[in-house]
Design a protein around this ligand. Structure first.
Ligand code: DQA
Length: 144
């Protein structure tokens, strides 16, 4: 059975509290529960990780080497400047889908650039937390 690791970066533990007008009222637990249900439907295993620390995210990506077949990541603000997270994904060569809850292109200019995008299979954004489902479907389809 394929195993997909779902990583959420900084401040995404605050979903439901943080700027609900942008990110909605669902919590990260709600997101993870809905992905767990979808994983059963898709016949894949999912594992979840959230951290506010760049190094912890990098360590988890390294740990995924030889353990996970695909990665779904919302790197939060690290999206826009973490060459270290990008290099970690590039090091393990695990196919990765980048997901954002909001449409980052409709927001502040610093959010328009992703350093992760060039090494990702694809990006999903602007569909709220439903984007996580699209991302999981996308990576599973890519791996098949
Ligand atoms: C985000 C967009 C980022 O710009 C922001 O820093 C986040 C969340 C999103 O899911 O829309 O933390 O990745």
């Amino acid at each position: 059975m394929k195993k997909i690791l779902i990583i959420n970066g900084p401040n995404l533990n605050m979903l439901g509290i943080r700027e609900p007008g942008i990110y909605g009222s669902a919590t990260l637990k709600d997101v993870e529960e809905s992905l767990k249900r979808l994983s059963a439907e898709l016949g894949v295993e999912v594992d979840f990780f959230q951290s506010n620390y760049e190094g912890a995210i990098i360590d988890r990506i390294h740990q995924a080497f030889g353990e996970c077949d695909g990665l779904v990541i919302n790197p939060g603000a690290f999206t826009h400047y973490s060459y270290a997270i990008r290099d970690a994904i590039d090091s393990v060569k695990i196919p990765t889908v980048e997901i954002h809850i909001s449409n980052v292109h409709a927001r502040e200019e610093f959010r328009h650039h992703s350093v992760i995008a060039p090494i990702a299979v694809g990006q999903i954004m602007g569909f709220g937390i439903y984007g996580y489902q699209l991302a999981l479907r996308g990576i599973v389809n890519h791996l098949q």
